[in-house]
Design a protein around this ligand. Structure first.
Ligand code: COI
Length: 359
């Protein structure tokens, strides 16, 4: 917890960069002028929070992050409204999830309320970096790394938390164009009891080999199945997954190896507020293909902070392929996308109190 030095230090950046124009920046490639950092030491707690000019950091080559990957991260966004206000979307949920991931990875928790105040200071300072054109936002990447220089396998006694900001357009090139994905039946992303529900680096890099093969075959991403039977649908890695089957919305139930998506949670709350039934249950890939063959799979879409709501136009598994809604965005996916992005950018009334304004 933040126990000792809670006073935020702000160090001015005298060399501000020019800001990119438009929404064509490849996701996460341009960072803003400032970053946030604070440090942790056993016995002292989290201390020395500061906002300082964006720059490389120096770490001891023996820092434990390099050897055992003890790290967690988050992803959230700030949006510019038509009347130039800046809104964060459910940031409290992100810091709650950060602490959940940290618990799994034996990293000390942060004070969720205090860190939100620091984030607001950072975003307020970088307001001009929040893009305003359709489909754009300022992506926020908080993360914690283990920094103690030691080669023994045990939790680090020192950490660094940082927050970076990056103006972004859509995560998948092509924006709302439905993506083509492939259900992976040989590699495993996560298993029950592992770290699948934590937002930790290894879950993502473990997916690279399968992603590369999928990309080679012209697919945008991989749909992960459970690690034991390779049968039950889990998530896409960059997003949670939903199916509209015969009028009902179905999404895999949380099982310990699926990320607790905040957009997932929001979409469920939204659909329920519209009186729609959402079943969070086990869904097998063969069951899904059978339902498709009976003409019952109406829409498929992914949800995530980076991906927002991403329609799936085609899904393949082994030798079977389903073309969803003729490869076009479905009516429900479009309505969810419009409502979620509308709440995020202030054009739809936020009856859920999900947004937090940055002054
Ligand atoms: C996010 O959606 O914020 C994530 O962290 C997923 C990542 C693949 C960009």
């Amino acid at each position: 917890m933040q126990t000792k030095t809670t006073q935020l230090e702000i160090i001015e950046n005298l060399h501000l960069k020019s800001k990119p124009v438009g929404d064509q920046i490849p996701f996460g490639t341009v960072m803003t002028d400032y970053m946030f950092s604070m440090d942790y030491e056993e016995g002292k707690g989290w201390h020395s929070p500061k906002i300082e000019p964006y720059a490389p950091i120096t770490l001891d080559p023996a820092a434990m992050i390099f050897h055992y990957g003890q790290t967690v991260f988050e992803g959230l966004k700030a949006y510019r409204t038509a009347d130039d206000r800046i809104l964060l979307f459910r940031p409290d949920e992100n810091f709650k999830r950060l602490n959940l991931s940290s618990e799994r990875m034996s990293i000390p928790p942060v004070d969720e309320k205090l860190i939100l105040e620091y984030l607001k200071e950072l975003v307020s300072l970088e307001k001009d970096w929040v893009p305003g054109t359709k489909g754009t936002s300022l992506y926020i990447r908080p993360f914690i790394i283990s920094t103690e220089p030691k080669l023994a396998v045990s939790p680090s006694r020192q950490y660094k938390m940082m927050i970076l900001l990056a103006p972004v357009g859509s995560y998948f090139p092509g924006g709302l164009t439905p993506v083509v994905i492939h259900a992976e039946d040989s590699f495993t992303r996560a298993v029950k009891g592992g770290t699948g529900m934590a937002k930790t680096a290894g879950n993502y890099s473990a997916a690279y080999q399968a992603q590369a093969a999928a990309k080679e075959a012209g697919k945008a991403d991989v749909l992960w199945l459970d690690g034991i039977e390779k049968r039950y649908i889990e998530e896409v890695g960059s997003m949670n997954i939903f199916f509209k089957i015969d009028g009902e919305v179905v999404t895999p139930a949380m099982n310990g190896s699926i990320l607790h998506g905040i957009t997932r949670k929001s979409v469920i709350e939204l659909l329920e507020s519209w009186g729609m039934k959402v079943s969070q249950r086990k869904i097998a890939i063969d069951e899904l293909f059978d339902l498709y063959e009976q003409g019952k799979v109406e829409e498929v879409f992914g949800t995530g902070t980076a991906a927002i709501v991403s329609p799936v136009g085609e899904l393949s598994w082994k030798e079977r392929t389903m073309k969803v809604n003729n490869g076009e965005i479905g009516e429900l996916s479009q309505k969810i996308y419009d409502t979620i992005t509308g709440i995020q950018n202030g054009s739809v009334e936020d009856t859920f109190n999900w947004t937090v304004e940055v002054e």
